[in-house]
Structure formats: C-alpha cells, structure tokens
Write a protein that binds this ligand. Structure first.
Ligand SMILES: Cc1cc2nc3c(=O)[nH]c(=O)nc-3n(C[C@H](O)[C@H](O)[C@H](O)COP(=O)(O)OP(=O)(O)OC[C@H]3O[C@@H](n4cnc5c(N)ncnc54)[C@H](O)[C@@H]3O)c2cc1C
Length: 374
C-alpha cells in the first residue's frame, strides 16, 4: 500500500487527485490537503466583479467532491516539505502535525508577492480571491468619472483578467452612458507584449482601440499611494480606481525542498517529476515553465503527473510527457472576444480567432468544468 499525498486543491491538485483515484487500486491511500474546503474557479472572478455571475458560480465544495472519489480531504495549511524523511508539516489553527508520504504531488499554486510593491496592500484592488473580486465590484459600481488604471506588476504573469477587466469596464460605462467620463488605461511592465505573440497582440490592440482603452508599456509599478502609482524611474499615473495583478512568486512551502529557481518556482522535467527528488511531482502555477500561468496548463500537468506517478508505482517507466501550450480566451463580453492557441516551446506565432462565439465558449467551458469535477 502506498500513501499518495496531493498538496493544493486548485486546478492541478483536483485533476491529479481524480485521475489517481481512477488509476490506483483501492489498497493505495490518496489524501489531498488544502487550506480551504472550497475550490476557486479563478477565470470567473472578472465576471463575478461585474455582477455577471454569483459567488456560487466561482466557488465549489472541494471536500465533498474529493470524498465522493475516495480521496481523503484535510483542510490545513502546508508549512513545509521534508523530502528526506518523506513528511509534510501541516497546521490547522493551533494544531500542527506531520503527514508521511510515499509519493507527493505538489500543486500549491503561486504566492502573491504584494510586499514587493509599496502601498499595494492598502490602495490597489485585485482579483485574486472571491472576496477581493466582490470588493472590486463595489468600487466599479461607485466609479462615475475619472481615471481607471488596470494592469500587471512585474512578474505577475497573468494578462487575461487585466484585458477582460478593461473591456468589461468599458462596456459597463457604455451601457450607463458614462463612457466619456472615465478614461481607462492599461499599464504593462514590459515592452509591447511578446508573450501572446504578434498575431494576438495585433488583434488585441485593435480591440483596445475600438473600446477607447489606452495602453502604456514599460511601466513597472513599484509604489502605490491613495491616488497615484509610480515606477522606479519616477513616472507616475494618477487614478481614481486601480486594479493590479500583483507580482507572482513560487509557493513558500517549496522553498525547503532545494529544487526551486530564483523566483521560487519548482524545477520539473517534462514528466512533471521534480528534478533531483524521489517520488515527488509538481503541477500548475508552482512550476518553472515560462509564459503566463494558466488553468488549462495546470489541468494538463495534473493529468500527466498522475499518469506517470501511477506508472512509477507499478514499477514502469513514465508514460506521459507534458508539452507547453498556451490556450486562452480574452472575453470582451461581445464580438471582440479573442481565442489564442500557441505552442510555447516553438517559434510558431500561434493561431488567433475572434468573435462573440469565444465569449460564449468560455462560459460553457466553466459549466462543463463544474459538471465534470463538482
Ligand atoms: C482573476 C483570474 C483570472 C484567470 N483567468 C484565467 C483564464 O481565463 N484562463 C486560464 O487558463 N487561467 C486563468 N487564470 C489562471 C488560473 O486560475 C491558474 O493558472 C490556476 O488556478 C492554477 O492552478 P493551480 O492548481 O496551480 O493553483 P490554484 O488554482 O491557485 O490552487 C492552489 C491551491 O493550493 C491551496 N494552497 C496554496 N498554498 C497553500 C498552503 N500553503 N497550504 C495549503 N493550501 C494551499 C490554495 O488554497 C488552492 O486551493 C486566472 C487567474 C485569476 C486569478
């Protein structure tokens, strides 16, 4: 009998747990540890902020879903991993304990390094949890005139909600007949976005122009006050409403494993095994692949890692390899919605589609995900 421990109940952890429950015999014990008993469907949070869906559409009962699949669920904070003793230290309230494992799947996502931006915590809105999205929604409703600034901090690696927020705000103001009263600006830390590739950037820029949304490149914000955001070299933008994606870093729980790169992301090979570790896999936002951090990548990595872990447990060689692809929809809530599919490990420019269909497809995908997993 093997003890298989999955850390993190997000996209990567849930899919890995489900697949392992399907693939491993009943003699093996599968346990998932996560700090909350709810799963958050992050791609719905822009729609939640704009009142286009409810809290229940973005948050699902993880504990029940796991128990239905014979996966034990522990609600606790993961503090550290000790790969030598094969134990994970967890804490719940005042209680601390150690969980032994034979195999581990690390899926704790990314850390929000808000401390890197002075004033971020006090003055910037963000969309990185349900309560913050609802709070941002209230600020949107109160905005009647002025300047809305939306963007990513250096290292954020999450462009989708930035563009979606700008489009949703533009449409909301158009509906209210107040578009002329609010200027909308996107700030990007880097130069012209090369992450999405040229074809997508061209289509995206046309959509921004159509919605009268300004974009400023090379604007890495490092300080925020109550009404302005500034860069290290002294450039400042004033705002009445600010929504930023904070810098991302790897999970702090990984730092003791000694297998992380400079930003704290875990180094894995294409089978999703952690480099230099026995019996440990890592999936999702916590791993060191380049480009944006996306849910579908975490899902695919959860599938690959679970297939290889099951093979390893049976004494076989890895059966699956991960190929790093970016698939995303930037929903403009209308006919300018964009779909992009790009292979991240080649120089191919990627394929781009545009139209109202993709807005609909994104909503349908969310329903399908809920139906499949919860
Ligand atoms: C606003 C927003 C919009 C997005 N839009 C899209 C989109 O349109 N398309 C797309 O593909 N992706 C999108 N993403 C990105 C996507 O949500 C992430 O890539 C995905 O959630 C990563 O999955 P994961 O399993 O690695 O991490 P997560 O989903 O973050 O899961 C990590 C889990 O680990 C738990 N955890 C973390 N630390 C600890 C700890 N120390 N102890 C115990 N538990 C812990 C967390 O509570 C969570 O349950 C969006 C993200 C955001 C925030």
């Amino acid at each position: 009998m093997a003890k298989v421990l999955i850390l993190g109940g997000g996209f990567g952890g849930v899919v890995a747990a489900e697949r392992l429950a399907e693939q491993l015999g009943e003699e093996h014990q599968i346990t998932l540890v996560s700090r909350s008993r709810n799963f958050i469907f992050y791609p719905a949070l822009v729609r939640l902020a704009f009142g286009k869906c409810n809290r229940d559409d973005a948050s699902f009962d993880l504990r029940q879903a796991m128990l239905h699949r014979r996966v034990n669920f522990i609600e606790a904070e993961v503090a550290r991993i000790d790969p030598h003793d094969k134990k994970v230290t967890i804490a719940h309230g005042e209680v601390e304990g150690k969980l032994p494992y034979d195999y581990l799947v690390f899926a704790l996502g990314r850390r929000l390094a808000t401390e890197r931006i002075t004033g971020f915590f006090e003055y910037a809105h963000h969309l990185l949890n349900v309560d913050k999205a609802i709070q941002f929604g209230k600020a949107i409703s109160a905005l009647r005139e002025g300047h809305a600034v939306i963007g990513q901090c250096q290292g954020a690696r999450l462009p989708v909600p930035v563009y979606e927020t700008a489009f949703a705000l533009a449409r909301r103001l158009e509906e209210r007949g107040e578009r002329d009263r609010v200027k909308i600006t996107i700030v990007e830390p880097n130069g012209r976005d090369t992450t999405l590739g040229d074809p997508a950037t061209i289509v995206l820029n046309e959509a921004l122009v159509a919605h009268n949304i300004e974009i400023i490149h090379n604007f890495p914000i490092e300080k925020v006050t109550a009404n302005s955001a500034s860069t290290k070299d002294g450039h400042t933008v004033d705002f009445d409403l600010l929504m930023m994606v904070p810098p991302f870093r790897g999970s702090s729980a990984a730092s003791y494993m000694g297998t992380t790169e400079h930003d704290g992301y875990i180094m894995v090979d294409s089978t999703l095994r952690v480099v230099g570790q026995e019996g440990i896999y890592a999936v999702g936002d916590c791993v060191n692949f380049d480009g944006p951090k996306l849910g579908h990548m975490a899902v695919r990595q959860g599938e690959v890692a679970s297939a290889n872990l099951a093979a390893e447990l049976a004494g076989n060689a890895p059966v699956s390899h991960y190929s790093h692809e970016m698939k995303l929809v930037i929903d403009d809530f209308g006919s300018d919605s964009i779909y992009l599919h790009k292979d991240m490990w080649t120089d191919e420019p990627g394929s781009v589609r545009q139209g109202r269909f993709w807005s609909w497809a994104k909503r349908v995908h969310q329903r399908y995900f809920e139906f499949q997993h919860f």
